[in-house]
Design a protein around this ligand. Sequence first.
Ligand SMILES: [Zn+2]
Ligand SMILES: [Zn+2]
Length: 416
Amino acid sequence: MTQELPPPPSPEEPAPSLAEELEAARAEPESPPSIETVNESLRDGINRCPKCGSTDVRLRGSSGMLMCLFCRNEWQETRVEERFGLGEGIRDLDGTVIASGAEDIAADAQDTVTFKCEGCGAEVVVDTAESLNARCHWCRHTLNVNSQIPNGAVPDAVLPFKLTKDEGVARIREFAGRRRLFAHPRFKEEFVPENVMGVYLPYLVVDAHADATYRGEGEVQTRRWTEKRGDDSVTYYAADVYRVDREVSFVVDDLTLEGSSERATMGPGNTNNIVNTILPFDTKNAVQWNASYLTGFSSEKRDLNVADLHPVLEDQLLSIGRSEVQASLRQFDRGVRWEAEGVDVGGSRWVAMYLPVWLYSYFQEDKQLLHYIAVNARTGETMGSVPVSHPRLFLAALTVGTFLEGIAGAILVASA
Ligand SMILES: [Zn+2]
Ligand SMILES: [Zn+2]
């Protein structure tokens, strides 16, 4: 079995001059140390049952394991955490370490991969934008995209679905049921939770150590009194004002950042704010890539690179640092106002990962709004929006809240 990649674009344009080449070399950052995560045992594009050799392999939702449809053998790929030492050495990370599946997406990368079927020799084309598996029409061999093509479709690791479709449907039914009283009559009429879709969403999972600094003013109240002003009484206070400087060093383990720009831009009619509320995922249980985990599910390609997400990482680290120093500010009973802040990311490690979500969508025609109910297919955490009959209640249904600070607190493992 050979996997034929599309030919490179023909070099029509004139060769670059020396000056241009030097310029390009300067612009290119030093190649970062990389973690090679390609699953070598699956290089040929055929995922065989280790027991009987059949290629009829798919994920068994209830166990989160791969299952052979022929002999019922169950197994799983190794956890990337142990395989690549992803839980270790965070404090010693230096610079930006990028796993091979999280490397930059090539602008000219093609989505299609052509396989020569081992069973019958036919050529089978897989459009990786749509699917990462295909069946040979002639001999029914299943062919899988296991190599890391540079279009963002194949991550380093995958966290398999654990909740079955039936369990997903039950969570969605329960979520909508609790909002039934306010739900739009048309939504209730057209509610078919069985139309739920299993989707793997692309994330970049980051380990990092950072130093954050904050500067501002804090007030400590010294006196408080009330004076009569005609019929009104006015309350005054006196306070000592202090310059407050804080510095904190900390480590984050498995911070989860959106890998799709469409999902990362906040706004109405977007799933981002809902999908983020079903975080966190147990990313420590993610396993090495095997396209068979995707059979029967859809997936969304990553289109953001590590450099695109650096500002997002810094924002989240600043937010984590702010909550870290909070405990040291109790003496300022009138609060602290930060005027300047900064973060120095000493080292970070980036791994691309697919995370499993059951998604039920409903398009509300009168408002032209797309509603979603999303279920974390590992923990069962469910969040979403349901169209309501009363406009004010619509806002109440979107209980998004300040989830970011909450998540930040949860993933923090150490502070100094
Ligand atoms: Zn088997
Ligand atoms: Zn074939």
